[in-house]
Ligand binder design. Structure first.
Ligand SMILES: [Zn+2]
Length: 219
């Protein structure tokens, strides 16, 4: 394995975070193995996290299979749902209070907002953008609703999702393998991070968990 220049003060913490939505496969084993080897090479910590937020697709038996398969491969984790650790729980379905805390914080800081758009309208909008050869991006309509309007709609019980307010600027970060990576934020739509106050999307939960679990490298 190649050696990377890591920041000296950094204690490596990596995670393998499979979703138990189907039988364990070779791609999962590969990701697990790379994380495990990386942690061991740098005397770091390897964490197993079960990303089971999708209640319809996730099954307990698949989680059991993942654990059994990793054990059979002799891939051992230092923290996880079965062995515990200081940053638990390690099953996303048991971390809802943590996600709710961050979701409320984002809403309070106006870094996320309620979107009341109907599915049909979003679909029509998407088709329109495609028809004029533009990327189908959410138009940000609900970004500009007043606080009073939002309150009113919530009181009326209108269904909503919560979107992340993407800042339309350049996003730059250093990738240990590929070097400097740049994204144009203006091309990224305000994506949905929660379907309500109880069901959160993986793109949100994953970031919250990586932050809370002090993950240093994402492989
Ligand atoms: Zn909307």
């Amino acid at each position: 394995m190649e050696t990377f220049e890591l920041k000296a003060e950094e204690k490596v913490r990596v995670r393998f975070a499979p979703s138990p939505t189907g039988p364990f496969h070779i791609g999962g084993a590969r990701t697990g193995l790379f994380n495990y080897l990386f942690a061991r090479k740098y005397q770091g910590t390897f964490i197993l996290r079960i990303e089971d937020t999708d209640v319809e697709r996730c099954k307990k038996e698949y989680e059991e299979e993942i654990i059994k398969s990793l054990k059979w491969l002799k891939i051992e984790w230092d923290e996880g749902p079965d062995v515990g650790g200081n940053f638990g729980p390690y099953r996303q379905s048991e971390r809802k209070q943590i996600y709710l805390k961050y979701l409320k914080k984002l809403l309070e800081e106006e870094k996320a907002y309620f979107c009341f758009c109907k599915k049909e309208d979003l679909e029509a909008q998407k088709q329109y953008f495609l028809s004029i050869g533009k990327p189908p991006k959410y138009n940000g309509k609900c970004r500009y609703l007043s606080k009073e309007e939002v309150e009113k709609r919530l009181k009326e019980g209108q269904p909503f999702v919560i979107r992340f307010k993407v800042v339309p600027k350049k996003i730059v970060f250093e990738d240990l393998i590929r070097g400097k990576i740049e994204f144009d934020g203006s091309l990224i739509e305000d994506f949905v991070i929660a379907k309500n106050f109880e069901s959160f999307l993986y793109n949100f939960t994953c970031v919250v968990d990586d932050f809370e679990m002090k993950i240093t490298h994402v492989i």
